[in-house]
Structures are given as structure tokens and as C-alpha cells.
Ligand binder design. Structure first.
Ligand code: ADP
Ligand code: TRP
Length: 334
């Protein structure tokens, strides 16, 4: 099979509601890339990976559909990019096994993500340990060249590079089968959460993408700030609200708001964190208003979402099948 020069691929966990960090760290760049490489972007919802933490069938099903709805609502065009369930391409699990047999346990033991999850108290299943092997199979089975991810996933992509090399060296004497992927960071690879730490579902400090109205204002009101009284000068560079505002404001607007912070005044009136939070809530709501409405339409039309997932999976599976057949042959399997 002739692979395109560039094949963009990324996986998105199906566990949990998507948040602002996921959007600016990953989803936004996924959607932009479909215009740069139409027809060559493969995005899948990582339900096999989610099984390392989600053990409730209804939550699993709903999680997958919610991610699909979110991507479509945020602008993924299924005529330009594929969006499918990881588990609809079972070939990845077989390739994962082939890769596991050429991967040293030391490589996986060095995994930051594994060590961090265990430190957080997650019981380390063999599946969690093998997480990077399955992720490498996801990447390599489609001949991916470009993997847009957030910072925390770089090490996993580097492990996939190592596994491709090991497999090619072990089994493909003349002609390598597996292509070397490269990671690609978004322009905003780090979004702070409500408490100032990295926004993450595991810290409970997220802003859900489609939050609006009173619940959104309440969450934004909870962003941690210091106790400087209203009207006193504030340091924008130390303020989480300001960092979040920078995601929504144009540079000139941001400069102006920075001025209000430093003066503790806006147009002669006192300016404080409460005003900044109000501005953030307004911009947040406006930024996602159209996507929120499209998401509602998709909630009312689940078949449309299902059709996209099914159609995309058929195309992705053909590519995966071809790679897997060549890998099996190279290993001496039928
Ligand atoms: P979480 O930490 O909430 O579980 P995931 O690990 O599922 O998020 O991340 C999904 C994608 O979003 C990854 O590519 C990840 O790098 C990116 N991402 C997650 N949180 C952030 C953040 N706070 N800032 C930037 N990117 C993020
Ligand atoms: N591990 C990724 C995350 O937590 C999700 C993922 C699974 C992925 N397989 C992938 C990302 C392949 C990129 C490529 O965000």
C-alpha cells in the first residue's frame, strides 16, 4: 500500500469530559491540521486505553460518544479527517503483541506516565504497564509520520520510535516496514487549571469545554487568586485568571488588560480579580457558543455520530490490515 508522505495521527482518551487543557493542548491543533493535510489525518477515540481506568460499560459507551460529539462540534470535518473508535480496529492489539516481543521491560519501567499514575494510587495492571506498547501500535499501524500531542505524551511517542526501530531491526532485514513517527506540540502545550497546577481530570481542577452560564461562572469564581484588595495593583504574570484569559484575547487586548492589572484600575474605576474572572467567563462562553449549539444538535442526532465513527473505522482498518499483514509475514507468521 502506498502511504502518503505525511500521515497525521492522534488518539484521545474517552474517559472523562474534555476540558480546556485538552482543547488548547490537543484538540485545536488536530482540527487545524485537517486543513493542512486533508484526507491524511486519522483521529481515534482510545477506548482500549480507557479500559485501564474505566470499568463501567455504560460510562465507556457514553465517554466514546461524548468525545466524538465534541470533536464534530468543535469543527472536525469527517470528509477531511477520520474519526473512529480504537477498538473498531482490533489489528492494533495484534501489532501491540508483536511489538511487546521486541520491547525490553526497562523501556516501559522508565515511563513517566506509568510511574505518575502508580504514585497517584492507581493499581498498576499489566494493561497500564503495556499502555505505551498499545500506543506505539496505534501510531505505527497507520504508518503515521506526525503525532500531534501535549507535552506529557512526548515520551510515549519516543517509545514508539524505539519500538519501530527494534521491530525493523529484528524482523525486516532489508526493507523497514514500520515508519518512524515524530511528535508535534501545539502552540499552547500547557494550560493551567483552577488551582494553578496543570489542568487535568486527575486533579479535579478543570473547566469542561461546554460549560456555560451559572455553573461556568461558579467554576471560574473558584480560580485561586491571592488576597490583594480591590483597586490595588496586581501582577498579571502571577495570575491564573490572566493566563487563562491569554487563551481567548488578542495580543493587543491582552496588553490592555495587563495594564488594568498593573494599575488596579480600569477607566478610573477599581479593577480586581472579580472583574478579570467576569471577563474570562464572558470570553469563554462566547468562544465555544457555536460549538455548544452544534453539540446539542448532535446529542439529538446520535445516528449521525455513529455513521461517522463506522465509516472512518472501515477506512482506517484497511490501512491497519495492510501493515499488520506485512508485519506478520516478516515475523514468519501466516
Ligand atoms: P487529563 O490530564 O485531563 O487526563 P489527557 O491525559 O487525557 O488529559 O490528555 C489528552 C490530551 O490533552 C493530551 O494530548 C494532553 O497532552 C493534552 N492535555 C491535557 N491536559 C493539558 C493541559 N493542561 N495543557 C495542555 N495540554 C493538555
Ligand atoms: N495516551 C494518549 C493520551 O492520554 C492517548 C493516545 C492513545 C494516543 N494512543 C495514542 C495519542 C496514539 C497519540 C497517538 O492522551
Amino acid at each position: 500500500m502506498n502511504l502518503p508522505r505525511t500521515r497525521v495521527l492522534s488518539g484521545i482518551q474517552s474517559s472523562g469530559e474534555k476540558h480546556l487543557g485538552n482543547y488548547f493542548g490537543a484538540i485545536q491543533q488536530h482540527i487545524e491540521l485537517q486543513h493542512e493535510f486533508p484526507g491524511e489525518c486519522f483521529y481515534f477515540i482510545a477506548d482500549f486505553h480507557a479500559l485501564t481506568t474505566v470499568h463501567d460499560a455504560a460510562a465507556m459507551r457514553e465517554g466514546v460518544v461524548e468525545v466524538a460529539r465534541s470533536y464534530l462540534a468543535l469543527g472536525l470535518n469527517p470528509d477531511k479527517a477520520l474519526l473512529f473508535r480504537q477498538s473498531d480496529v482490533p489489528e492494533v492489539t495484534e501489532l501491540a503483541w508483536l511489538l511487546a516481543t521486541v520491547t525490553g521491560t526497562g523501556l516501559l519501567e522508565r515511563g513517566h506516565s506509568f510511574k505518575e499514575k502508580v504514585a497517584q494510587g492507581l493499581k498498576p495492571s499489566v494493561g497500564l504497564f503495556l499502555y505505551p506498547v498499545l500506543m506505539a501500535a496505534d501510531i505505527l499501524v497507520y504508518g503515521s509520520t506526525t503525532v500531534p500531542v501535549g507535552k506529557d505524551q512526548i515520551q510515549h511517542v519516543e517509545m514508539a520510535q524505539d519500538m519501530a526501530t527494534h521491530f525493523n531491526q529484528t524482523h525486516c532485514a532489508g526493507e523497514p516496514i514500520l515508519r518512524r513517527p515524530e511528535w508535534r506540540l501545539s502552540q499552547t502545550p500547557y494550560v493551567a487549571g483552577l488551582d494553578g497546577r496543570k489542568m487535568s481530570s486527575s486533579y479535579g481542577n478543570t473547566l469542561p469545554l461546554f460549560a456555560s452560564g451559572k455553573p461556568l461562572r461558579k467554576m471560574i469564581a473558584a480560580v485561586a487568586t491571592d488576597s490583594t484588595p480591590l483597586g490595588q495593583p496586581l501582577d498579571p504574570d502571577k495570575c491564573t485568571v490572566f493566563r487563562l484569559l491569554s487563551l481567548f484575547l488578542q495580543p493587543d487586548e491582552l496588553e490592555r488588560v495587563g495594564g488594568w492589572y498593573r494599575a488596579g484600575k480600569r477607566d478610573g474605576q477599581p479593577f480586581g480579580y472579580g472583574h478579570a474572572k467576569q471577563l474570562l467567563a464572558e470570553r469563554y462562553e462566547a468562544h465555544f457558543a457555536a460549538a455548544r449549539a452544534r453539540r446539542e444538535e448532535l446529542v439529538a442526532n446520535p445516528q449521525q455520530v455513529e455513521d461517522v465513527l463506522t465509516r472512518s473505522a472501515a477506512r482506517a482498518r484497511a490501512v491497519a490490515r495492510d501493515t499488520l499483514d506485512r508485519c506478520r509475514q516478516a515475523c514468519g507468521l501466516r
